[in-house]
Design a protein around this ligand. Structure first.
Ligand code: SF4
Length: 695
């Protein structure tokens, strides 16, 4: 697969897997990729890569690709291959029929973090301008929506504060609810270099991840927090910092809102928030927690990197705000080596959020209820935009089940495999009258679809992705769209068929429109990105023509930083007599999310099934031996996996990955979600586990 001959030419583009956004040189022979070489001038990766970007690109030409549009009236009918014209015409007629029958807001769309900024922008524009509704949402709903809410509330911008290079200036790092060695490997290498130079490390994770104890790295503190209690843990860290006079008073006085800070200080200082009082809840030794808090507050530049183990909780947004509180209280914002750094999962999840994919926000995180902002878009687009937010993904499912939501355009997102409580999702999809899936494979969601539009892989795309450090990087077309149309062209065709004209000649024109309507993208164009060496970090505007590696330097985007009280509220998912274990989930290095791509490459040889990690004590109690099949049952459902007995997990906690559809991790996850954003609580599910014969 990897070596198919000598290259004739090369194209520099961006990896389509994780939020690091590594640049690659695709060495080509005609339309065939010979190999992918990490690009030495890529600013996010500097010539490094991991096994996914380097080797797992063969899915783009896999035999499972569906290259013809298809339609069917009922999901029990066989698919019928049709022309693009017929498929688009049928989809448009169904959308309009449903809107005429059930109302304008009976339809909606889901954008994809696997697509470019330009493609994502067009889908939300299609939904708002051609469908006439704000019912648009993104897969960030199920991963980093709490980051958007939490960082906007406290700091004023829904994005990480630093550049990846910043980690080389840090003195003490908190890694919380993230496993960079598996999920963000190129960043992990840079972090490890800094740790080898002597920076201190605090890992907050229920599981003993590789960073806790790898051959050359030992964490100074591992706080094995009980799933669902992150907010309690961070509040007790703040208690130590506040009560032991470790607050950076000068920073807080100059940069933060005084009243909110005083209220926060009074709250965290209460005895009930001490590490000793919280130890029963968090499961973390109070002395360790005190030691970690002191280290973070006193050891120079402190930085915090976090992942979905923070956001995918019923208190995800609260925990993000607790992280921001901690950074502000210790003066660790606004210079190199510090900051709040969400490690974004998907290649363009930052971009899909930036592009207005949320039902309440237009591009650039501006609320649809803001008259001036709405008028700007109305003038540019020539339509009226609804002033009320539309439906979030879970609300779309609920509305489908109550009969008021009937049609969905879903681009590049397998909601059946990705979203929690699979039974609920499939019931909702079954209740709709028209589902349009645009994807490169017939995924699990397509089983419920009436129209299938072939999507294009990253090798066929022309546009930009935005990584976890706000870096907008060029994605260059390596081969022609295999199905004849690029994703953006299909979206334009659908819009035109609906009677709302979209006539872009090239994705660069879409970026020009984005830049003209989005203040943080004011100076961005394909030409400018090329002039700057292939990427630029937003905000990019008159004040920062070469982009902004580090945010909030002199003042926060919102003016003064805002402390928020982070009261711990227990999750509904607690261990009980019937469901005594807590299931949490994660990823491994060679596979990616639902595995739609990596399972169709040689990477599958390195990981061909998801297993359940269980502590020896819990396994013995249940008579489970290594490799036994076990049933995992929750309030939502039951699935079966093979057991791996390991002390990587604590007693009372079990863990699995979710890369293979047959393991059905989301059959057992529940409907619990973040109070502010509805991000599902994937990371805590109360389960029982028992040995079974092979299913
Ligand atoms: Fe880089 Fe992430 Fe792609 Fe690996 S998966 S090559 S770390 S962007």
């Amino acid at each position: 697969v990897i070596m198919m001959g000598q290259p004739e030419h090369s194209v520099v583009t961006t990896c389509a897997y994780c939020g690091v956004g590594c640049a690659f040189k695709a060495d080509m022979k005609g339309q065939e990729v010979v190999r992918m070489v990490p690009w030495k001038d890529g600013k996010a990766n500097r010539g490094h890569s991991c096994v996914k970007g380097r080797f797992a690109w063969g899915y783009a030409t896999h035999k499972d690709r569906v290259l013809k549009p298809m339609i069917r009236e009922k999901i029990t009918d066989p698919w019928r291959e049709v022309s693009w014209e017929e498929a688009i015409g049928y989809a448009a007629s169904q959308i309009r029929r449903i809107q005429n029958q059930y109302g304008r807001d009976s339809v909606g769309g889901i954008t994809s973090s696997r697509c470019t900024n330009e493609e994502t922008y067009l889908v939300q524009k299609l939904v708002r301008a051609a469908f006439g509704t704000n019912n648009v949402d993104t897969c960030a709903r199920v991963c980093h929506s709490p980051t958007g809410y939490g960082l906007k509330t406290t700091l004023g911008e829904s994005a990480g504060t630093q550049t990846f290079d910043s980690v080389m200036h840090t003195d003490v790092v908190i890694v919380m609810g993230a496993n960079p060695s598996a999920a963000h490997p190129v960043f992990a290498s840079r972090l490890k270099s800094r740790l080898r130079q002597g920076a201190k490390l605090i890992v907050i994770d229920p599981r003993t991840i590789e960073l806790v104890s790898s051959p050359h790295i030992k964490a100074d503190y591992h706080l094995p927090v009980r799933p669902g209690t992150n907010t309690a843990l961070l509040t007790s860290m703040a208690h130590v910092i506040a009560t032991e006079n470790l607050i950076d008073e000068a920073f807080v006085a100059e940069r933060c809102e005084t009243k909110a800070f005083n209220e926060w200080r009074e709250f965290v200082s209460r005895p009930e928030n001490s590490p000793e009082a919280m130890a029963e809840i968090t499961g973390v030794n109070a002395n360790d927690l005190r030691g970690a808090a002191r280290l973070f507050a006193t050891h120079g530049n402190g930085s915090i990197y976090y992942g979905l183990g923070v956001t995918e909780h019923s208190q995800g947004s609260t925990t993000v705000m607790a992280i921001a509180n901690l950074a502000m209280a210790t003066g660790n914002i606004g210079r190199e080596g510090v900051g709040v750094n969400p490690l974004r999962g998907q290649n363009n999840v930052q971009g899909s959020c930036d592009m207005g994919s949320f039902p309440h926000e237009l591009p650039g995180y501006r609320h649809v209820s803001d008259n001036a902002v709405r008028q700007q878009f109305e003038q540019a687009w020539g339509v009226t935009i609804q002033p009320e937010p539309g439906l979030r993904i879970p609300n779309m499912f609920d509305a489908a089940l109550s009969g008021s939501f009937k049609a969905l355009y879903c681009q590049g997102e397998d909601i059946v495999q990705s979203d929690p409580n699979t039974q609920h999702v499939t019931a909702a999809l079954s209740a709709m009258e028209c589902i349009i899936v645009q994807d490169i494979f017939l995924n699990e969601t397509a089983k419920y679809a009436h129209v299938f539009l072939p999507g294009s892989s990253f090798l066929e795309k022309d546009g930009t992705f935005t990584n976890a450090e706000r870096r907008i990087s060029r994605v260059r077309q390596v081969m022609e769209p295999q199905a004849g149309l690029a994703d953006w062209e299909a979206t334009c065709a659908l819009s035109n068929a609906l009677g709302y004209p979209m006539n872009y000649k090239h994705p660069s024109e879409i970026m020009d429109e984005i830049a003209s309507l989005t203040p943080t993208f004011t100076g961005v164009s394909f030409k400018r990105i090329d002039e700057l060496g292939g990427s630029v970090q937003w905000p990019c505007n008159e004040d920062a023509p070469e982009g902004t590696p580090i945010m909030h330097i002199d003042q926060f985007v919102r003016g003064k930083g805002k402390f928020v009280i982070t009261q711990y509220v227990p999750s509904d998912e607690r261990s009980t007599r019937k469901f005594p274990l807590l299931l949490t989930t994660g990823r491994i290095l060679s596979q990616y999310n639902v595995g739609a791509q990596t399972r169709r490459t040689d990477n599958v040889l390195w990981h061909h099934e998801d297993v359940l990690e269980i502590h020896p004590h819990d396994a013995e109690e249940r008579g489970i031996s290594m490799g036994d099949w076990v049933a995992v049952q929750s309030r939502s459902g039951e699935t079966a996996l093979r057991a791996e007995i390991t002390d990587r997990v604590q007693p009372g906690v079990v863990y699995t990955t979710f890369h293979h559809p047959e393991s059905g991790a989301n059959v057992v996850t529940t409907d619990s979600s973040d109070w502010a954003t509805d991000c599902p609580e994937y990371k805590v599910t109360a389960v029982q586990v028992r040995r079974v014969t092979q299913p």
